[in-house]
Structure formats: C-alpha cells, structure tokens
Design a binder for this molecule. Structure first.
Ligand code: UTP
Length: 302
C-alpha cells in the first residue's frame, strides 16, 4: 500500500507493436502519428502536465526512439531557424521539450500492458501514480485525469476510467461490473473482464486508457500470469487489486467519463481525431469546415 502522497508521476506506455495501424507502424511508432501537426503522444504528455504530473516516464522500446527524441531539445534545428529569424518555429520546436521532465525506460519485449506498467516500478517507488495510454487522446477541455486524481484523494485505492460503449463493441475493451458510490459519476469496480466474448460482458462500462494506481499494483503484476493474447494484462492485475483489502492497497473505483475521447491507435478513431480537432483549430477550422461541408453534401446518402 502507498504512503499518503498525492501522485506526482505519470507513466505513458508506448511500447506496443501497433499492429492495427500497419503498414504505417512498420517502421514508425503509432504514438508519433501526427494529429494534424502534433504527434498523438504530445497531447498525452501535455494532459499529464496539465493535471500537475510533470514527472513523466515513457515506456518505449528499440523501435520507438523517435518518441524519446521528440521530447528532447534539437539545438542545430533551433539555431538554423533562429539564424533565419523564424522565432515562431523556434518556439514550436522548443515547446515539446519543455512540457514536463520526460524520462524513459525500455520494455524489452512487448509482453503486454501489465508488463509495460511493471517496467515503471523502480522509477515510481511507493507512491500512487497515473498511467496514460500513449495512443488514447482525451480532449483537453475534459478534465478526466484531474477528476480521477481527486477521486483517488477522496477514496484512496486505485481509480480507472470507464466509458459506456455500444454492447456490440464491448469485446474490444476490458469491461467492468460496478456498484454505485455516494459520489456522482463514481462507481466501485467489482469485476473486470478483458475483451469479453460477444454477449458475455458484465456491463456496458469499458475501461479506457487512464488509470491512477496504488503501487500495490507492482507486486500484483509480478504474480500475474499471461492472460488474453498470452500477454500480461493490466486488467487481470486490477481485478486482483479490486479484491484485496484496502490496507493492502486494494479496492478499485471507476470514474464514468462522458467527454470526448479518440483512440488514435485505431484507423477510424485516428480519422475522427484529425477531423474534429482540425474543425476546431483557429488557423485551419474555417477553411477546413468550409471544405468539409461541401464534401459531405456530395456524399451518397447512407
Ligand atoms: P494496445 O493494445 O492499444 O497497443 O495497448 P498495441 O499492442 O500496440 O496495439 P495493436 O493492437 O497491436 O494495434 C495499449 C497501450 O499499451 C502499450 C501500447 O503502446 C499502447 O499505448 N503497450 C502495449 C505497451 O507499452 N507494451 C505492450 O507490451 C503492449
């Protein structure tokens, strides 16, 4: 069980193979796919920093060096732009190096999300911490992580994010069985199933990519055998935590999220993120939405 510190660290697993986005991800991390002009993972690092977690640990792998580079400084590029007097672009280049203190550790083989989180054990120590999936975008106007940190402060234990999904989609997610608490939008998690077979999900509440975890999760993960897909599943470890007594770091709560989320590791989710965010950008929105209206008017009726 954790000492009583509020979380200060965020862990961003980004070592997965990204097979849903092949062939783009053959030689390039899916987390570096540009959402307009910004790699998806930059939004995630910003979200952590905005919630007050400016110590960020990236879980990467041999093929993900460009992610580490993106958060580093590039003195020669900055010097070349400065020599041309292009201070706006110097600021753009510098912005991603100054969001947070970014560390990285490598997951030597992609043995699953649970295994990736376990790679953070030494860096995190004995404090509660947040996990944000590197391809899962939460709109910056929806302060989900802040609310989860607040719920963890009030209830203790671990906190996961849940979103109601169409039952036909449940088999793509981890799903939770829940009971209400006395706080609106917050539930107690009693059961969790990773990617349930169609028709067997315990509810329509799907687990999405934000977690605030008690460090007891590390000992649980060390004992968690490979599950679905022969991977060490974070969902399996969370179910063990949900059934542990509070004094051993157990109990899991869920914050029910009703805001905007984009799964940029999925082709459709990626396209939705680009279209939605481009429509809302001050510089691009007016021209883009003008074109989009014309384009959609010409589409055949569904
Ligand atoms: P995903 O299942 O979305 O990632 O894992 P994936 O395995 O890369 O995706 P597909 O299904 O093959 O397209 C959720 C998050 O966990 C990370 C991924 O990088 C992603 O951010 N992950 C997954 C790891 O860091 N290591 C792993 O072994 C597996």
């Amino acid at each position: 069980m954790s000492q009583t510190h509020a979380p200060t660290k965020a862990v961003i697993p980004a070592a997965g193979l990204g097979t849903r986005f092949l062939p783009a991800t053959k030689a390039m991390p899916k987390e570096m796919l540009a959402v307009i002009d910004t790699p998806a993972i930059e939004f995630v690092v910003r979200e952590a920093a905005d919630a007050g977690l400016d110590d960020v640990l990236l879980i990467t792998s041999r093929t993900k060096k460009s992610i580490e580079d993106h958060f580093d400084a590039v003195p020669d590029l900055e010097a070349a732009l400065a020599a041309k007097g292009d201070t706006a672009k110097v600021d753009l280049v510098r912005a991603s190096s100054n969001i947070a203190t970014v560390h990285s550790v490598r997951q030597q083989n992609p043995a699953g999300l649970g295994h990736a989180v376990l790679c953070a054990a030494q860096h995190v120590g004995n404090e509660p911490f947040a996990v944000l999936l590197g391809d899962d975008l939460i709109d910056e106007r929806d302060k989900l992580l802040r609310e989860m940190l607040d719920v963890q402060g009030q209830f203790g234990g671990s906190v996961i994010a849940l979103m109601e999904v169409d039952p036909a989609q449940s088999h793509l997610y981890g799903c939770a069985a829940v009971t209400p608490t006395d706080r609106d939008g917050v539930v107690r998690v009693n059961d969790l199933v990773e990617k349930p077979a169609p028709g067997t999900a315990p509810s329509n509440y799907a687990v999405i990519g934000r977690y605030v975890l008690d460090p007891a999760v590390f000992d649980v993960l060390r004992e968690t055998p490979p599950g679905k897909g022969n991977e060490i599943q974070l969902t399996d470890a969370l179910l063990t935590l949900a059934n542990l007594p509070a004094e051993q770091g157990g109990t899991v709560y869920g914050v029910v999220f009703t805001g905007r989320r984009y799964d940029t590791g999925d082709k459709l989710g990626y396209l939705q993120a680009v279209v939605q965010l481009a429509s809302e950008r001050e510089d691009l929105g007016p021209a883009f939405t003008g074109w989009l209206r014309e384009f959609s008017a010409g589409l055949p009726q569904a």
